[in-house]
Design a protein around this ligand. Structure first.
Ligand code: PEP
Ligand code: MN
Length: 362
């Protein structure tokens, strides 16, 4: 059964000893919103099981109704992201690459497309080193409005050339829902960056398309919020969503970001979507990127998104975290080797899912 077939429902727990007329009133009220209500009598207390049209009821604060102690949501709120034990990993197709169907995908490129020859140079280097897709920003969401904002439309033409010359599929970030069409002409996958993970109009717009979306985790977002953002796209009809963990904010003395690698097994357990890791934004410093990329391969990510520059010291954005082409070349075989070492365990993720703590296999 696919998760979207699960009938959603609620259990409304009433206060012990609640008088009959008040119970009736709560029941009538739930029914007036379309709920099909069954009263269940427990030990000295009543529960109302609600099925049928529960969407409207979910948006009410039923817990604040007089006589209601607690509301438990049954079924699946994460209708489209939920893992389905009956379904193998289908993955998401981006150009000629399939992400999340068993292989380890490497997306690489500069933070921003800066100039045509440089973009072509970096692209052919990362292609030769084993990158599967090229990523470069045309429109950059910078913290400062005075910082380099990307070349915009001019970068799209450069990306088009990169695709023609290297054959690599193109990933680039979208900031504005009005740009979908023009970016989709040159890109094989659209990135929704960390800052836009909560931009619900953008997510809804992308849900109306069939373009693969790389959805990055908001840097202050919970896993539930991350998955709900994916629900916005998937529920609109676009089934091609890839998640990307890119670290969360943590203002310690030396760090601003902490790469939440624990989210990978969590997301793999809860969803059927491919999950990538971005060790570049997840560390902010190039010397930490290889270690975190290797860790990503260990914890079961379906790939990595790495920033690479031919001269990081000259980069117009995120130079401090960019790997050189040589460093990237060294990293690629390492992550594949690690991935191969853990292969059995990683493809066995669904087996881990069905085993319970204390079960016979432990
Ligand atoms: C980026 O990918 O260049 C970027 C800005 O990342 P994030 O949205 O994760 O900060
Ligand atoms: Mn960047």
């Amino acid at each position: 059964m696919h998760s979207s077939d699960i009938e959603p429902g609620l259990v409304v727990i009433l206060f012990p000893g609640l008088a009959g007329p008040l119970r009736r009133k709560i029941r009538d009220r739930l029914e007036s919103y379309g709920g099909e209500v069954t009263a269940v009598e427990g030990t000295g207390r009543f529960y109302l099981e609600v099925h049928g049209e529960v969407a409207a009821i979910r948006s009410l604060v039923v817990e604040s109704w007089p006589g209601v102690e607690k509301v438990i949501s049954l079924g699946e709120e994460f209708l489209h992201t939920a893992a389905d034990p009956d379904r193998g990993p289908e993955g998401v197709e981006v150009g000629s690459v399939r992400l999340g169907a068993g292989s380890f995908t490497i997306i690489a490129g500069p933070c921003a497309v800066e100039e045509e020859q440089r973009a072509l140079r970096i692209a052919s280097s990362v292609a030769a080193a084993g990158a599967d897709l090229f990523r470069g920003g045309a429109y950059k969401p910078r913290t400062s409005p005075y910082a380099f904002q990307g070349l915009g439309d001019a970068a799209l033409q450069i990306l088009q050339r990169v695709r023609e010359e290297t054959g690599l599929g193109i990933v680039t970030e979208i900031l504005d829902p009005r740009d979908v069409e023009k970016i989709a002409e040159v890109a094989d996958m659209l990135q929704v960056g960390s800052r836009n993970m909560h931009n619900y109009s953008l997510l809804k717009e992308l849900g109306q398309t069939s373009i693969p979306i790389l959805l990055k985790r908001g840097f202050a977002s919970t896993i539930d919020e991350f998955l709900m953002a994916a629900e916005y796209i998937l529920s609109g009809g676009n089934s091609s969503v890839v998640l990307c963990e890119r670290g969360v904010r943590c203002a310690t003395a030396t760090d601003e970001v902490v790469l939440d690698l624990g989210s990978i097994p969590e997301l793999k357990k809860r969803t059927h979507l491919p999950v990538l890791v971005d060790p570049s934004h997840g560390s902010g410093a190039s010397y930490r990127v290889p270690a975190l990329a290797r860790a990503a391969a260990t914890v079961g990510a379906d790939g990595i998104l790495v920033e690479v520059h031919d001269q990081p010291e000259e980069a117009l954005s995120d130079g401090a975290q960019a790997l050189t082409v040589d460093q990237f070349g060294e990293l690629v075989p390492q992550v594949h080797e690690i991935r191969a070492m853990f292969e059995g365990h990683i493809s066995g993720v669904s087996d881990d899912l069905v085993s319970t703590p204390g079960g016979e296999d432990r």
